[in-house]
Design a protein around this ligand. Structure first.
Ligand code: C2E
Ligand code: MG
Ligand code: MG
Ligand code: MG
Length: 284
């Protein structure tokens, strides 16, 4: 009887609500399956310094058997909620490091870095450092070609824990960038405490940098902040020459965005990069 009342009680809820729950469950099952079936791949978007390609950002895609290529916005949030981000993140790291190892054998590509997005949950895991080092070992990637992009959401944790993890990886040569900088709520004091290498100006400030004086002021301020802290700075979402010129005038010479190159499958990126002058290898 009470079961029946429970079922009837459901009718008071918006039927759309049930659709959401069902779709979510299907997506979660799909994600689990995708990890088992290895349906994830990376697209690569050039990172440019001046007029040279110095590396790429690896951006995950889900090659779905029915839906085709699914963008990360449609599955990363659920992967984070369900903890599947740990397995997914490790797989992404593996694909990226495999790619680095392949590039290391090619004189024209050996200098490129690959930036990998790391979710806060992944970074927070106690075995994060071991996992990254294990992937580097297994694949034979050069650790100094690997850049890890953290977001400000990592920075709510204990600064000493964060620093220890970063230092352990930095000792091997791994580089750190702070992604989407400026939209989070982290305290500026983290910037002086953490061993970061680069700030990435969030796309939302770059978009209207030519028309919105506030965005222009914020972009200039982030560049100045990076410079005075001795950090590199890269602007994301650069779509036009005029935006690039504004940023260059503000002192930012590293960029990523559709103006230079869209995220491309590996073949497309290699074709794009081989037509350009990539960074010259420094003898070491
Ligand atoms: P993000 O790390 O800030 O990556 C940059 C996003 O901006 C990418 O979207 C890229 O395609 C897009 N973008 C690049 N240039 C331009 C431009 O000029 N204009 C515009 N409008 N957009 C541009 P994407 O690939 O859809 O990725 C979205 C977000 O998903 C990423 O933002 C990142 O937060 C997350 N993500 C992607 N791959 C991974 C991953 O492997 N692991 C984790 N944890 N998150 C990932
Ligand atoms: Mg990123
Ligand atoms: Mg970003
Ligand atoms: Mg962004």
């Amino acid at each position: 009887k009470s079961k029946e009342r429970g079922r009837n009680a459901m009718c008071f809820f918006d039927p759309d609500m049930q659709t959401v729950v069902v779709e979510r469950a299907a997506l979660e099952a799909g994600l689990r399956n995708a990890i088992e079936e290895d349906q994830f791949l990376l697209h690569y978007q050039a990172q440019v310094d001046g007029d040279r390609v110095t590396g790429v950002e690896a951006l995950v895609r889900w090659q779905h058997p029915q839906r085709g290529i699914v963008p990360p916005a449609e599955f990363i949030p659920l992967a984070e909620e369900t903890g599947l981000i740990l397995a997914l993140g490790n797989r992404v790291l593996e694909i990226a490091c495999d790619q680095l190892a392949r590039w290391s054998a090619r004189p024209d590509m050996a200098c490129l870095t690959i930036a990998v997005n790391v979710s806060a949950q992944q970074f927070r895991a106690p075995d994060f450092v071991d996992k990254v080092l294990a992937v580097i070992d297994r694949t034979g990637a050069r650790p100094d070609r690997l850049k890890l992009e953290l977001t400000e959401s990592v920075l709510v944790d204990n600064v000493q824990d964060i620093t220890e993890k970063m230092d352990a990886l930095k000792a091997k040569g791994v580089v750190f960038s702070l992604d989407d900088f400026g939209i989070g709520y982290s305290s500026l004091s983290y910037l002086k405490l953490l061993p970061l290498d680069q700030l990435k100006i969030d796309r939302s400030f770059v978009r209207d940098v030519l028309v919105d004086p506030n965005d222009a002021a914020i972009a200039r301020t982030i560049v100045a902040l990076a410079q005075s802290l001795g950090l590199g700075v890269l602007a994301e979402g650069v779509e036009t020459e005029a935006q690039r010129d504004f940023l260059a005038a503000a002192g930012c010479h590293a960029y990523q965005g559709y103006y230079f190159c869209r995220p491309l499958p590996i073949d497309g990126f290699e074709a794009f990069a081989s037509g350009l002058e990539t960074r010259q290898c420094v003898a070491e």
